[in-house]
Write a protein that binds this ligand. Structure first.
Ligand SMILES: [Zn+2]
Length: 251
């Protein structure tokens, strides 16, 4: 059995049988990876605190040939992100970040940019106050990295420029903006020029500058509807953590 070493983030942690834990990681070198941590349920020593959700760790594991569960050999903590766990709002945000990755990323498909994105947003959440922009920026960037980049600058049907003084729409089915002339779908959602511009900035700014991006109230409202429904459309289901986020917002 070959041994491997990589940086990883814990994105799910579940009990597995009497003694073990089943952990899902997003790794830097191997994409999403599921593995068994033997004895982790009872022995606090062996993996002491490293298998908590959101932990950024260094991971050693073995795999038998091809797929199947990895055997987790040892894990050491790089960053615990303990401040996230001090606030229910931060935990809800973080849970949404990891659940999106867990649902949308295939197993053992290497994608360093997605690892970097998740790590960046967990650091942000750990360090800064939360703001709703983070959710929208994360969604639009993750969708883009996964190949679902929404078309935002031209009508996805006629390729006409998006006008300022007309009502434009976003088609979930086509994954882009639709002008009033081409708009027919009853499930299309309203999108203003301002919203499409800020969503474009959200996906194209360097990560180090994204905290400068501010959405207007209208852009937040429209992009929340568009992006959460677009994710749901791609996945064919609504994420649990998103339902929590909505409940939290309503409270
Ligand atoms: Zn059109």
């Amino acid at each position: 059995m070959p041994a491997h070493k990589t940086e990883a983030i814990v994105i799910q942690s579940m009990d597995f049988g009497e003694r073990d834990k089943l952990i899902t990681f997003l790794t830097k070198k191997f994409g999403k990876l599921k593995g068994i941590a033997k004895g982790a349920k009872n022995s606090k020593k062996r993996f002491s605190g490293t298998l908590e959700i959101f932990s950024h760790v260094s991971l050693d594991f073995f795999v038998k040939e091809n797929l199947g569960l990895a055997r987790i050999e040892s894990v050491s903590l790089i960053e615990p992100f303990s401040k996230i766990n001090e606030s229910i709002e931060k935990v809800t945000y973080g849970s949404y970040f990891v659940e999106l990755v867990n649902e949308m990323v295939g197993e053992r498909e290497e994608n360093k940019a997605i690892f970097t994105l998740l790590l960046y947003f967990l650091r942000l959440l750990n360090r800064e106050k939360i703001c709703e922009e983070y959710l929208r920026i994360y969604e639009v960037r993750l969708l883009t990295l996964l190949g679902y980049q929404p078309q935002l600058d031209k009508c996805i049907i006629c390729q006409g420029e998006i006008g300022l003084k007309v009502q434009n729409w976003f088609s979930l089915k086509r994954g882009g903006v639709v002008c009033p002339t081409c708009h027919k779908g009853i499930e299309d959602l309203p999108i203003s020029l301002g919203t499409s511009r800020v969503m474009k900035a959200a996906r194209s700014y360097p990560l180090s500058k994204i905290t400068r991006i501010k959405f207007s109230a209208q852009a937040l409202k429209e992009s929340r509807q568009i992006l959460s429904n677009f994710v749901e459309y791609q996945l064919g289901k609504r994420l649990k953590s998103l339902q929590f986020l909505e409940q939290m917002k309503g409270m």
